[in-house]
Design a protein around this ligand. Structure first.
Ligand SMILES: Cc1ncc(COP(=O)(O)O)c(C=O)c1O
Length: 382
């Protein structure tokens, strides 16, 4: 834990004057920088009229900012309105040839990934689920699920339900050995832990700016490894995916030679301003430092929940968890409400309370949460 980290930055997040905010897995706290970015959007609109060229430039800034974050090149990144939009565009163009008709989906995926995969069944593709054991999907389960029919493996970098972290690099290596491609959903990881597409070795990675990147709703990114971009022809498309956006030609389909081919229509301009501000702020704060700090806070949190006789659902091994800690509850909605009445903002999924600290949280926040959980002990499952 780094006590200095929140000390340096917490006053940039006014919510802490009123609340104990431990819900960054849902949305990051609003910072002065992101608030200012919305003012900048309105100022530019007002001062320049319809500054389209400038907005296109701003989109490029978001692309470059995200590319830098995950160690990709800007030409490997699409700026989309959601993870769903990026993944849908990707799957609409992925070739399922050579007898490879199957999408393998880990059982810890976010709903949108599973649903987009199943939509492909309408086109004759097959979906195979990889079951979890407890909070995690063991590597052996992927070994059993992948075969010569597997075209794509979908795996989440950190599970939104229970905070578990799979063996991403190993699963990716295994998929490649079996001739399949890998899509990582890194929404719950970007901004919270270092994410490097080259180190993971994945082919595709999708994430949004809303959570640990401190941005807003309405924007996400899709990374596509440069060697694959040209092979994929999305049929879910639009004029911002065209080779030349301003060509305005309705007589052909000529997608961009870069990952911009996964984009669609008018970009989410206000969200782009916020995303650039949020990503740059997280880079300035330091993501590796944040991950280290939050790991320390979560060690304290887990020890405190053990002392209360509660049950932590998230894996205990620090290598297998990220910022999100899930705690079994007897009535998770009642627990979230009880904590909210005491000024503590949390969320829930699947019968568990979700507690997700970030760079701005302090040891004292953890203590306040633990004291409140002690008062509501009956709502914790043993
Ligand atoms: C892991 C994960 N994937 C995807 C999403 C959402 O994706 P979209 O941008 O399509 O709403 C979330 C949001 O909660 C998430 O936690």
């Amino acid at each position: 834990m780094d006590a200095d980290l929140p000390g340096r930055i917490r006053d940039r997040f006014p919510i802490f004057e009123r609340l104990v905010y431990v819900n960054s897995c849902s949305q990051g706290a609003l910072s002065d920088a992101v608030r200012q970015s919305y003012h900048d959007y309105l100022r530019d609109w007002d001062e320049r009229g319809a500054p389209w060229d400038y907005w296109v430039e701003k989109t490029e800034q978001a692309r470059t900012s995200f590319a830098g974050l995950v160690n990709a090149e800007p030409g490997e990144v699409a700026v989309t309105a959601s993870v769903s939009a990026g993944v849908s565009a990707l799957l609409s163009g992925l070739r399922f040839d050579g007898g490879r008709d199957t999408i393998v989906v880990s059982d810890l995926e976010f709903p949108t990934v599973g649903q987009i995969a199943h939509a492909q069944e309408l086109l004759g593709r097959r979906v195979v689920h990889v079951p979890a054991t407890g909070a995690s999907v063991p590597l052996e389960h992927f070994e059993r699920a992948l075969d010569e029919r597997t075209a794509l493996v979908c795996i989440t970098a950190i599970c939104y339900r229970n905070g578990s972290r799979p063996e991403l690099e190993e699963v990716t290596r295994l998929a490649h050995e079996r001739g399949a491609l890998v899509l990582v959903d890194a929404y719950q990881a970007v901004g919270a832990v270092p994410v490097d597409v080259r180190a993971i070795g994945c082919d595709f990675l999708a994430a949004g700016a809303l959570k640990y990147l401190l941005g807003s709703a309405g924007i996400a990114f899709l990374y596509c490894r440069r060697e694959l971009v040209g092979e994929i022809l999305p049929t879910a498309t639009g004029w911002f995916a065209d080779r030349d956006i301003f060509e305005m030609d309705i007589h052909d389909y000529s997608p961009a030679s870069t990952a911009r081919r996964f984009e669609a229509g008018t970009p989410p301009v206000p969200s782009i301003y916020a995303a650039v501000a949020g990503i740059e702020l997280m880079k300035e704060i330091g993501i590796a430092e944040t991950a280290h700090h939050v790991r320390g806070l979560n060690d304290l949190l887990i020890a405190g929940i053990d002392e209360l006789g509660g049950r932590v659902v998230t894996p205990r091994d620090p290598a297998r968890r990220g910022p999100l800690i899930a705690v079994a509850a007897t009535d998770e909605h009642a627990l979230v409400e009880a904590l909210a009445r005491e000024g503590i903002v949390t969320s829930s999924r699947d019968g568990n309370l979700r507690l997700s600290a970030h760079c701005y949280n302090t040891r004292q926040d953890v203590e306040v949460v633990l004291e409140a959980l002690a008062r509501h002990r009956r709502l914790l499952a043993g």
